[in-house]
Design a protein around this ligand. Structure first.
Ligand code: ZN
Length: 476
């Protein structure tokens, strides 16, 4: 440990052992202050980017003033020539985005890629969400991603999303974030009447079909009888957004926690907030890329949608948008896409769980990551004999270790829970499937996939430093 440093007797042993270090012991005052300042920007990002569409808008806004231009097929992408695009982005249908900074080396020597996802667990509105029962209007939901249903009752909720009318015109929706906005809510049973409910297994404590959002009680002016409450809600939506009930069929509306992200802990050592899986990796990937001036290798950030539901669809990582972009780049430089891909290096930047001592039974007692111990390097996921996992190649992992250690980044390994306890996955397998050496490197979280997740500011800051070191790594 660090207290032995400089003691010649202990030096050989120090070198033999690999031990995780606590930021509380190794991060000085200046670096801790830098982590605090960095977290302020991140908190603002979290509050402005609760959905994938908002994250794309916010990421492109952050790129403004940094010479990024939209990529067009046939464009030239060169590091030197004046007037040539050297910093480009691809807005994939408003829900995924690629940013790319031209490096000094030919594309055929590979590019550095960091991939993260910008979707987070939430409750989506159904196609015909609005109904009325017992004098109350409700919005019916279908949950998105892995959630514990009971965590979504009794908290203030906001409505975010995008409605496209029949004529093709779109309107963004955001209700519940401004101080003067109303919020929404899912009612739960009072404890006095919950005897039978509390005896149900956790999964059925709140049934998915009971995650319906209370939307209002007042009637359409002058109306009477069944449906007057629902019609009044439609009247309000029409006044605000010029939409009818049918327009909700072509809408992507999500219910998310209404509270903002903020400092967490009496010592302000953490950030608490919704959607940190995976914005806690997205934000440092962006800040590291935007800071990379003329890197050795071309540097690329891919922010994907739909990771929480299997990475399918046009904006998910199993879609074609990333491969298409690489093909475009290859064409523009007269190279082969498959050569660029096979020479590249990808960090799949996603969160992993931190050990939590109150639930030791689900963790590996020897191999877990901890909050405040830096970024987590993980080669594989467990469950059923490493099913669905990338299982990063030893050579790739060694490369990453060198980059992290050369930059003095605090890092650790994590198993993500006991072998057969865990079921999850990241984007790494999709990049590895393109013949790109890929390894997972992310930030530990507590209460992952809950409406309010916790990350250590030190780990967030180390993610920025790790990603910056990755993008500016010297040539091999
Ligand atoms: Zn994730």
């Amino acid at each position: 440990m660090t207290k032995n440093r400089g003691d010649a007797m202990h030096e050989p042993e120090d070198k033999l052992l690999f031990q995780h270090k606590n930021a509380a012991d190794v991060m000085g005052k200046t670096e801790t202050e830098a982590a605090d300042t960095y977290a302020e920007g991140y908190i603002g990002f979290l509050n402005r980017a609760k959905t994938e569409r908002e994250a794309v808008t916010e990421a492109i806004r952050m790129a403004q003033g940094k010479a990024f231009v939209p990529w067009r097929q046939g464009m030239s992408f060169a590091a030197d020539a004046g007037g040539t695009a050297a910093r480009v982005y691809v807005n994939q249908r408003g829900k995924a985005v690629i940013f790319c900074v031209r490096g000094k080396r030919p594309l055929s020597e590979g590019i550095s890629i960091i991939s993260s996802h910008i979707d987070s667990p939430r409750l989506d509105l159904k196609m015909r969400p609005l109904y009325e029962e017992a004098g109350m209007a409700y919005l019916d939901t279908h949950y998105y991603g892995g959630i514990k249903t009971y965590q979504w009752t009794g908290i203030p909720l906001a409505l975010h999303g995008y409605i496209v009318r029949k004529d093709g015109s779109g309107v963004p929706v955001c209700i519940g974030e401004e101080r003067e906005d109303p919020v929404l809510f899912i009612a739960d049973l009072l404890p006095h009447l919950a005897k039978t409910q509390m005896e149900r297994p956790g999964k059925e404590l709140v049934k998915a079909e009971d995650l319906d959002v209370l939307a209002g009680l007042r009637s359409f002016p002058g109306a009477s009888g069944e449906g007057r409450i629902k019609r009044n809600i439609l009247r309000i939506l029409h006044e605000k957004y010029h939409i009818t009930e049918e327009d909700l069929i072509s809408a992507e509306l999500s219910v998310v926690p209404a509270f903002p992200a903020r400092d967490l802990g009496l010592d302000r050592s953490m950030v608490g907030g919704y959607g940190q899986d995976d914005k806690v990796c997205v934000y440092p990937a962006l800040t590291a890329l935007f800071a990379a001036e003329a890197p050795e290798y071309t540097a690329c950030v891919v922010l994907a949608d739909k990771e929480e539901t299997g990475s399918l669809g046009m904006t998910g990582m199993q879609g074609a948008f990333f491969s298409n972009f690489i093909e475009d780049l290859a064409e523009s430089s007269g190279e082969k896409a498959r050569v660029i891909l096979s020479q590249s290096f990808c960090l799949s930047a996603d969160v992993n769980t931190a050990y939590y001592p109150l639930y030791p039974e689900v963790f590996d007692p020897h191999g877990e990551a901890a909050l405040n111990h830096g970024v987590i390097l993980f080669r594989y996921w467990g469950r059923g004999g490493k099913e669905n996992t990338n299982d990063a190649q030893a050579e790739t992992v060694a490369n990453l270790r060198r980059i992290l250690d050369d930059a003095g980044v605090l890092w650790q390994t994590g198993e993500g829970g006991q072998v057969d306890a865990e079921s999850s996955g990241t984007l790494s397998r999709f990049f590895a499937a393109l013949d790109i050496p890929t390894v997972d490197l992310g930030v530990p979280l507590l209460s992952m996939h809950s409406p309010f997740e916790a990350a250590a500011k030190a780990d967030l800051y180390m993610a920025h430093r790790a990603f910056a070191a990755f993008f500016t790594r010297p040539g091999q």
